[in-house]
Structure formats: structure tokens, C-alpha cells
Ligand binder design. Structure first.
Ligand code: AMP
Ligand code: MG
Length: 327
């Protein structure tokens, strides 16, 4: 069985091709970026429209396959930007209908978790999913991937990107903040917002804007302090979820998890509680087609199929709405 997976929840149009044994034959993508400012959904749509054919072709070439040799078409059906989800769904429906292949719409957040399970040695982790639009602490309990904690406002990646925009840096801002943070030395106190098992970033962003305007602090010190503060918040709730669920594994997922400082703090927290920390390769942390293809394989084996007439996108679906019938 070979599955072609299509990712288009936001800035990335990705195509992954994977075998049922988990061999990634191709994982191609094209990502919408800007020099200044954030994602403009309609521009991201233009980007995806302009590149989708090229990315599909490139991935088939890389895999050394023709589309006829693909057995299953999977796509990210939820959650994400409606504008961009539609492009991937349209491509998936067309391929599935034209070449008579089974179609499987999958949940993007769960795909992050399953590709992590497959490419690392972890089995039953708490997932710290830190991406652009999403920030969730997820673990499997009683038939579903449950959300134990999450952001109450914006995702951590969007938060970092917004702060980067204030600094006049382009999108994505996370890596640029990381570079500046490495040059910072002094910790500047920022609001620390953990509410029960949830986090929030809006107030910190306002506070940062005020500090920036005051001209009293260096950009490097602010970036350093931002990372120390918000990563500590994430790991506090992740650790509490691990204790609550009695799980000994932490898995990282999402583009922000590429951050080396977050990775280091996650490893330290795990070693202190004699747990293991699993970090997939960057290629599988950021949004990618391979994870969509892999969840396609898993769900296909479980007998799940998406009829064309049921393949409508679900921009707001939550992780725990999906019934997990494959574990
Ligand atoms: P995703 O939506 O999972 O593809 O993640 C995209 C987000 O990851 C964007 O908000 C980026 O700013 C952020 N990001 C990517 N690399 C890094 C990094 N090294 N440190 C922090 N954030 C990052
Ligand atoms: Mg993602």
C-alpha cells in the first residue's frame, strides 16, 4: 500500500508519499513566506494554487512512481484556514475521483502525533503540539486523543510571529527570534500566564509591545526573555499532563518545536522526572505531507474512508472530536 498525502492547513502546501511500512518515499513542500507581515489567507491561496501541480509532480518524481501506482489519497481535512484547506481538498478529490482511488480526510493535529509515534521510538506519549495556529497538550485516553491543555487565545507560533512583526522581521518569525535570543543575556520579567492546564499569550504580547515602545530594553534581551517565559509555560502544563495521565513519554510536534531552546528545556524536564523526550526530525515537526499520508495509511487499515460527498473541509474540528478506531 502506498499513500499520497496532501497538506494545506495554512502556509505550507506539502505532498508526502509513504508506504505502509512507514518508508517515506517523498516529502516535498512549498511554503508561503513574507519579508514583512504575517500570512494573508488569500495570498496563501494564490501561493498554493501556483505551486500545487509542481509539488505533486516533484514528489512523484522523487518517489519514482506514477500517480497510477499510488493506492490511497489522503488530505488534511481539518483544522486550519478554510481558504487553504479547500485547495488541498480540491486536489485530493480530483485525484481520487479521476484515478478511482480511496480518499481519506484526516485531522492535521493527530497526524503530527502519529508521525511522531512512527518516526521515533515513543509509544504512548503526551504530545506537546506547538505550531503556528495550534498549541495543545494531547494524550490518548479512553478512545480519543484528548486535549489536556491548550492556548486560550492565539497559538504560540502566531504569538512569536506577531512579536517578530513588531520587531520588523518577516514571516516565519520564530527562527529569527531564536537567533536574536541567542545574543540576549538579561532576563526581563514578563507576565507568566498559566491558567489551570491552559496558557495564553495575548497579554504577554501587549506587554512586549509596551516594553519595545519604551525603548528601555534591547531586542535581544526581549527575545531571550520571551523564549524563557513562554517555553516554561508550555512545559509546565505538559509536565502536569504527564503526571495526571501517568505517562512517561513526551513527544514534540509543530514548527515551534524546531526551536533548540524549547527542545533543551523539554529534555531537562523529562530527565528530572525520569521520562523520555522524543523529538522528530525538523522535516516531520513542521507541517508536511508525509504525516498526512501516514495517518492515511493508518486510517485505511482501520477501514476508514471519506466519500467525496463527505469530504467537505472542517476548519474548526477539534482533536477530541475524532473517534480513534486504530489503536
Ligand atoms: P507549523 O504551523 O507547525 O508549520 O509551524 C509554523 C510556526 O513555527 C511558525 O509560527 C514559525 O515561526 C515557527 N517556527 C519555525 N521554526 C521555529 C524555531 N526554530 N523557533 C521557534 N519557532 C519556529
Ligand atoms: Mg501543524
Amino acid at each position: 500500500m502506498i499513500c499520497l498525502g496532501i497538506e494545506s492547513t495554512a502556509h505550507t502546501f506539502g505532498i508526502g508519499i509513504i508506504t505502509e511500512e512507514g518508508n517515506v518515499l517523498a516529502n516535498e513542500k512549498d511554503t508561503y513566506t513574507t519579508k514583512e507581515g504575517g500570512i494573508v489567507p488569500i495570498k496563501a491561496v494564490e501561493h498554493h494554487m501556483n505551486c500545487y501541480e509542481k509539488v505533486i509532480k516533484k514528489s512523484l518524481e522523487k518517489a519514482g512512481l506514477t500517480i497510477k501506482e499510488i493506492d490511497i489519497i489522503a488530505f488534511s481535512q481539518s483544522p486550519g484556514l478554510g481558504h487553504t484547506l479547500r485547495i488541498g481538498a480540491m486536489a485530493a478529490r480530483s485525484l481520487a475521483a479521476h484515478y478511482s482511488k480511496p480518499l481519506i480526510g484526516v485531522n492535521h493535529c493527530i497526524a503530527h502525533l502519529e508521525i511522531g509515534n512512527m518516526t521515533t521510538e515513543c509509544r504512548n506519549p503526551v504530545l506537546l503540539y506547538a505550531s503556528g495556529a495550534n498549541t495543545q497538550i494531547i494524550a490518548y485516553e479512553a478512545g480519543r486523543y484528548r486535549i489536556f491543555g491548550e492556548t486560550l487565545d492565539i497559538g504560540i507560533g502566531n504569538f512569536l510571529d506577531s512579536f517578530a512583526r513588531e520587531l520588523g522581521l518577516g514571516f516565519p518569525g520564530g527562527p529569527k527570534i531564536y537567533e536574536l535570543a541567542n545574543k540576549g543575556k538579561n532576563y526581563i520579567k514578563l507576565p507568566y500566564t498559566v491558567k489551570g492546564m491552559d496558557v495564553s499569550f495575548g497579554g504577554i504580547l501587549t506587554n512586549l509591545k509596551q516594553k519595545l515602545k519604551s525603548g528601555q530594553y534591547s531586542e535581544e534581551d526581549l527575545c531571550f526573555s520571551v523564549q524563557e517565559t513562554v517555553f516554561a509555560m508550555l512545559l509546565e502544563v505538559a509536565e502536569r499532563a504527564m503526571a495526571h495521565c501517568d505517562k512517561k513519554e513526551l513527544l514534540l510536534g509543530g514548527g515551534v518545536a524546531c526551536n533548540k531552546r524549547l527542545q533543551q528545556m523539554a529534555k531537562e524536564m523529562c530527565s528530572q522526572r525520569e521520562a523520555e523526550c522524543f523529538i522528530p526530525k525538523n522535516e516531520f515537526l513542521v507541517d508536511n505531507g508525509a504525516m498526512i499520508a501516514w495517518l492515511g495509511i493508518i486510517e485505511h487499515k482501520a477501514g476508514n474512508r471519506t466519500k467525496i460527498e463527505e469530504s467537505i473541509i472542517k476548519p474548526y474540528e477539534r482533536t477530541d472530536e475524532v473517534e480513534v478506531n486504530w489503536r
